[in-house]
Design a protein around this ligand. Sequence first.
Ligand code: GCB
Length: 741
Amino acid sequence: MRRIVCIDQNWQFLKADISPEQAAANAARGETVSLPHTWNAADGQDGGNDYHRGNCWYIRRLTAEEITAETEGERLFLEVNGAAMSVEVYLNGRKITEHRGGYSAFRADLTDFLDRSEGAENMLAIAVHNEENDTVYPQKADFTFYGGLYRSVNLIAVPEAHFELVKDGTPGIRVTAEVDLEKKSATVTVESWQNAPEVTFEVNGETRTVPSADGHARAEFVIENARLWDGIDDPYLYTAAARLASGDEVSTRFGCRVFACDPEKGFFLNGRSYPLRGVSRHQDLKGKGNALSLEDHKKDMEIIREIGANTLRLAHYQHAQEFYDLCDENGIVVWAEIPYITLHMAKGRENTLSQMRELVTQCANHPSIAVWGLSNEITAASAVNEDLLENHRLLNDLCHRLDPTRLTTMANVFMLETDSPILTIPDINSYNLYFGWYLGELDQNDEFFDEYHAKYPERCIGFSEYGADANPAYHSSHPEKGDYTEEYQALYHEHMLKLIEARPYLWATHVWNLFDFAADGRDEGGKHGENQKGLVTFDRSLKKDAFYLYKAAWNRKEAFVHLCGKRYVNRAEEETEIRVYSNQPAVSLYVDDVLTASQEGRTVFSFRIPLSGEHYIRAVSGDVQDSMIIRKAAEPDESYIFNKAAAAVTNWFDAEENDPACFSIMDTLGEIRQHPQAGAVIDAMMAKSAAERGDVADAVKDNPALQRMMARMTLMSLLKQSGADEESIRQLNRILQGIKK
Ligand code: GCB
């Protein structure tokens, strides 16, 4: 028998970089906390890039009840499901183990370190740290690296003969189901690792006892007429179990399914075309950080089901087992990855390999997982050199060796040239593109994929990230890139949805991101410390209009109509647009209870109505409807504008006399740069902003693809997004107006 005792309660937390001895001596002075816990729930979400990154201690007295052996020879293991980012574990002052990497589970055998004598104290002390270093990923990325013991901690008591618990945090059992779609059967291979001479496996009511050689046992089962794990329609799960004569037992759920990927036709599930269309998710919640409860995970999954996604990219690291379980149960096809991100570190290779070994070992039984992601935007702040290539080859080979059944991929940054040798390493490719948000225009996304697909028709290509920030407080009838309005985000995604629907060869597409999330280094769009590309706000309380666009396109089960612009109440215009997203074929619009228009269409419906005062708007389709109030305003509502300076600039620029023979802020960077004097003005300005906002500027420097892109942007569009104030923009324009073209 295996006993699992959750020890999430009664920890003493010390936010101090002290020695193990000092920690033990000061335990009583700690704050009593329960797990999951992060020390960055507040300071990691409020901006300023100043959250506590350092060493902290979690100390807990193990009670006699928790550690007393019930049978002779019983061993007691510690299981830590997530401790960010690096950990050293001590029991009674002796170091038991250490772990590098904040997202995978690890276990350690405590038995020989326990003092089981009457009245003895057994103090477990875990040093957890998230300080900056050059060996453990992630170190540079657009999210908060929360520190803490942020998933459950358990004690696991097992008989002397037991399944392996320590090596790479293995579940001890591994199931591989190979499906023959023609014969409708599945060959299920079950393996286990143990210190016992034989193992009894059970699959689908059939049992088989086999010998164990060198600690490894294996048996094959055939399931005739296998019920498939068939995506969101029917994610059927089987269970496999392994038992030892000692009574130890492990089990896992598994699914019978076939994934395939075609460069021309995209993704296939169980032999049928199954385009993967969905979103990305961070494990992050307002006020809680990464310390999520099972309820929080379930709530996220409900929202994922509501939008109708059939795939998730679980970025940028290993997520909680509970969440992969939810994906299994809900038929969501998953991209799982390690936090090998942004910056390749010369001393980080071993850590990428250990994090990948753990990810694959701990997650391989989940039928939902389709691909292993090797890295994310790794060339954003690193050159493609031999060390980086070698690191990727090793990761790729490791994945294939540990799991011959799944494909590998990586998410590439838009400025990586498509002929880069790195693209030949993983099985299938993917790009993160932000044209129409950070840089460039929306159409450049379409152009990119068309060119790539034409140039590399034999490669599978996916769209691993795209998105635009929106603060639901901001609104406009003339949405523009960089204005952070809910309307621009919606317009951006309308474009992207069309792009995607017209390109079935894209094996997967993932909106970045389903939820706003913490990036303590950010300060933009009216919020501190948040990336607002979410379709849903950080606290999950508000679904932005763009959420309903995807719901209209993907959710086939729940009929609905959604009126856009509910928060855009005061409108200073004679006539206004009413946009409706719906998965129904026709929508009727009522203004002040009078039927104004009916429209047939798909997903997006648009109406124009005159404004005279306060109006009650209702959109109706069959049994479903939505309503809102809007108002004619005399003046534009200032509270809807994020960058008031930029809005003002456009006004005065139009009004003022600008000499077209001289440079101005409306010229492109390419034009300005060609002139030595005007170019120098720009360079000085960029150097200043580089000093202020390191990350973005770093990436631009010395990058030809990015430079080309920037050359096409007007200086004004760059300034708008930078949040520069009106006076500095005016001054810059005055300087440029003094330089003849
Ligand atoms: C990316 C990164 C992601 C960022 C995102 C953004 O390409 O992979 O981690 O959060 O861009 O919003 O800039």
